[in-house]
Structures are given as C-alpha cells and as structure tokens.
Design a protein around this ligand. Sequence first.
Ligand SMILES: NC(=O)c1ccc[n+]([C@@H]2O[C@H](COP(=O)([O-])OP(=O)(O)OC[C@H]3O[C@@H](n4cnc5c(N)ncnc54)[C@H](O)[C@@H]3O)[C@@H](O)[C@H]2O)c1
Ligand SMILES: Cc1cc2c(cc1C)N(C[C@H](O)[C@H](O)[C@H](O)COP(=O)(O)O)c1[nH]c(=O)[nH]c(=O)c1N2
Length: 180
Amino acid sequence: MPPPCSPLDGAPDTTPPAVTREGFRNAMARLGAAVNIVTTDGPGGRHGFTASAVCSVTDSPPTLLVCLNKGSSAAGPVHANGVVCINTLAAGHEPLSNLFGGRTPPEERFASGAWRVAATGAPMLVGAVVAFDCRIVRTVEVGTHNVLFCEVVGVAEGGSHESLIYYSRRYHTLSGPTDD
Ligand SMILES: NC(=O)c1ccc[n+]([C@@H]2O[C@H](COP(=O)([O-])OP(=O)(O)OC[C@H]3O[C@@H](n4cnc5c(N)ncnc54)[C@H](O)[C@@H]3O)[C@@H](O)[C@H]2O)c1
Ligand SMILES: Cc1cc2c(cc1C)N(C[C@H](O)[C@H](O)[C@H](O)COP(=O)(O)O)c1[nH]c(=O)[nH]c(=O)c1N2
C-alpha cells in the first residue's frame, strides 16, 4: 500500500517541500561540527576539500562516513583513487579550512600546511588533532551528495587538544583535557 501522500502514478509531484533548502540549512547551522580536510591521492591526482559532514558509523570494522557534494572538483579524484585521509582540524586552522573550502586549484591548497603521505597514499596533515587514513568501501548517492563509507586502516593522533568547530556559520575553538 503506497504512503498516503505519494503522487499518483506518473504524475509530477507539485507538492511544495515541507522544509525548504534554506530552512534546512538554517536548521543545520544550529548543529556544531568538527571541521576536517578530506584528502586523496592516486591515479586520479592529489586533491582535498573541507568537510563538516563526517560521522562515525561503526567500530567493527572501524568506519566513518563523509558526505561529498557530487559537484565538487574533488569528487572525480576521490572516486578514482578510492582512498581518503580525514584530517580533523585544530585551533588556528581556519585559513586552511577556507583554502580547501572551494574555488582554489588543488595544488595551491597543498601549498599551505605541512603534509606527509599516509599508508594509503593520501596526504596527512601534520598538526591535525587526529587523522584517519581510509579506504572507501562503499558509496551511496543521495540527492546532491555521495555518502562515502570509509574503512579506517590507520589513525594518527596529533599533539593539539584544541579542536576547530563550525557552528552558526562561524569558526569556534573547543578545548579538551590535556594529557598531563
Ligand atoms: N554538507 C555540505 O555539503 C556542507 C556543509 C557545510 C558547508 N557547506 C558549504 O559551505 C558553504 C558555507 O556554508 P555555511 O555553513 O556558512 O552556510 P550555509 O547556509 O550554506 O549552510 C548552513 C549549514 O547547512 C548545511 N549545508 C550547507 N550546504 C549543504 C549542502 N549542499 N548539503 C547538505 N547540507 C548543507 C551545513 O550543515 C551548513 O553548515 C556553502 O557553500 C555550503 O554549501 C557544505
Ligand atoms: C566549514 C565548511 C564545511 C564544509 C564545506 C565548506 C566549508 C567552508 N564544504 C564545501 C567544500 O569544502 C567545497 O565545496 C569543496 O572545497 C569543493 O569546492 P570546489 O568545487 O573544489 O571549488 C563541504 N562540502 C561537502 O561536500 N561536504 C561537506 O561536509 C562540506 N563541509
């Protein structure tokens, strides 16, 4: 039995969405999130983009998801390479976040920051709060985005205990406990 609000077979659905794009974005601006630079390298070339849509899926096998806009210039390289490194940014990384946030050619993005090569070949940011080296094991297309399921094959914990947070369309810093 179809759901009560489904359109008639073959008829275009002219019902206005209950929640507009603008309304959704305004609501999402109320969710604070860690800021990450997701990098890749391999046959598709080196690339990277800023992402707040990153989430833990399961610890067995250790898996994260990343939502990547299909229109991003990073989308082709990410899919061709099949690997990513998810670098969680620290306090002071706002300029790096903006650099990887669009409109700059990929190689210019990597001119800032110190990078080393992770086991998968993806660039790992020296000074990240934590970095997850991953292989993409599944991709699911949802609307404008691809959801990348990323199996974590290596982790590097950095020395910083101050995380960069994106909240209410601005950057903030969150301090955690230190080791000593
Ligand atoms: N998930 C995403 O793709 C995502 C997340 C954050 C920011 N951005 C991009 O960064 C720029 C500035 O963002 P902003 O937060 O200052 O203002 P904004 O009004 O564009 O976005 C507010 C919030 O809505 C969500 N959002 C934005 N664009 C989205 C998209 N295309 N798909 C799903 N969710 C989305 C994010 O949570 C974002 O923080 C925009 O170009 C935006 O598209 C994209
Ligand atoms: C704080 C913040 C957070 C995000 C983004 C931006 C910023 C500033 N962007 C946008 C993304 O970084 C940008 O579209 C890419 O860099 C691609 O741009 P180009 O197509 O390469 O110019 C982004 N894009 C995406 O696909 N998923 C995400 O989770 C986010 N999150």
